[in-house]
Structure formats: C-alpha cells, structure tokens
Design a binder for this molecule. Sequence first.
Ligand code: ITT
Length: 209
Amino acid sequence: MKIVFATQNPGKIREISEILGKDGFEVVSIGDLDIRACAEENGETFSENAEIKAREIYDKLRSQGSVDDIIVMADDSGFCIDELSGAPGVHSARFMGHDTSYDIKNAAILEKMKDVPEERRGAEFVCSICAILPDGKAVFAEGSLRGRVAHEIRGKEGFGYDPIFYLPQYGKTTAELGNDFKNSVSHRSQALHKMEELIRNMSQEMDRS
Ligand code: ITT
C-alpha cells in the first residue's frame, strides 16, 4: 500500500519517510506529485486539522480517479507549553507568522520563559495523524512527548522548536539527539506506529471477511 503524505514541511516528510520506510511502506509526498495544499487549518484540535489536510488531498486525488491503492495521511502537530496555557499549540507553525524564522520564534519563547523556574517549564510535542482510507473513512492516531522548555537554543538537527525542547532524561534538546534517536522516541513516531498497527489490523480483518 502506497502512502501519500499531505505535508509541505520538509522536516516532517524526512522523519515520516525514515520511520515508515523502515517498516516497508512506500511514502510519497504531495510535493512529489506536484500537488499544493491550500486548505485553511481552522480546526480547534490537532486531529481536526489533520483531517482537514488529509481530506483536501484525498478529494483532489479522487477527482483524478487515483485513490484505490493509496492511503492519504496528514500530520498536525505542535509545541504546547504548560506555562503558556498550551500555546503555541495548534498555532505552532503560525506563531509570529508562518514565514518568521525559528531562530526568531525560539528566541521569543525563551525570552517569555526567562524568569520561569525549572519546575514550571514543562512542555510537550503533540502529533495527531489522520489517515483517509481508499473508501473515504478517516482513522486517527496520536502521540506525545513530554519535556521542558530549554534555557538556551541548542543543537542543529531536527526542525522547528527542536532546539528549545529539552529532555532531562537525556540531558539534550531534540535538536541534539540525532535524527535516528529522535525518531525512536518522538511524538510523531509514536503516532505513526499506532497508525501502522491500526491499518495492519484493519487489513487483516478485511482479508478474513
Ligand atoms: P504541514 O501543515 O504542511 O504539515 P506545518 O509545518 O504547517 O506543515 P503544522 O501545521 O502541523 O505543520 O505545524 C506543526 C508545527 O509544530 C511545525 O511547523 C513546528 O513548528 C512544530 N513541530 C511539530 N513537530 C515538531 C517536531 O518534531 N520538532 C520541532 N517542531 C515541531
């Protein structure tokens, strides 16, 4: 089964291809198919936005008659900081403007958090994946990874908020962990592995009936 992944974020598509590729799935991005996503992400939750993104691409592919052997997936994810009541959350990509660099966004968050003590620096990455099956049915899987807001920008790997997301158990930010290690613990890999299991179980049930 081929998976078309509805994301325009190169950091996500790299991680998703690495994670699902290891398990034998063929992953194609919408960029590879020359499709642009333009649906407005106006849902209130990660899962609502994931479905908006996946369904837009499913509908485009269906209008071309090509959804029989593919699953369309989308990821909506974000960085939720306890002290900021869960912000930037579903607005993570749009925080301070979509085109503002992460050096600037990350520095602004560190400034907001500069007087916040260690015990109140809790934060998490959350990921919701929506898969639209060939018959149009939507299925969902979620993952989350708890850590803390770092005190300084550290590390060059990953993308987005990775340089300020600190995991005390490893003494590193997710931008310092290395891609392979991040992929073994991340919110995205948890959600993708749950989704793989859901899809495997559903296809076994279909084979039996
Ligand atoms: P698509 O909608 O095209 O998938 P996007 O980047 O706009 O790309 P989202 O709306 O899901 O995606 O926003 C997710 C944002 O949350 C992302 O741009 C990062 O700022 C942040 N984020 C999510 N997962 C992350 C991760 O693993 N590491 C660092 N930042 C992450």
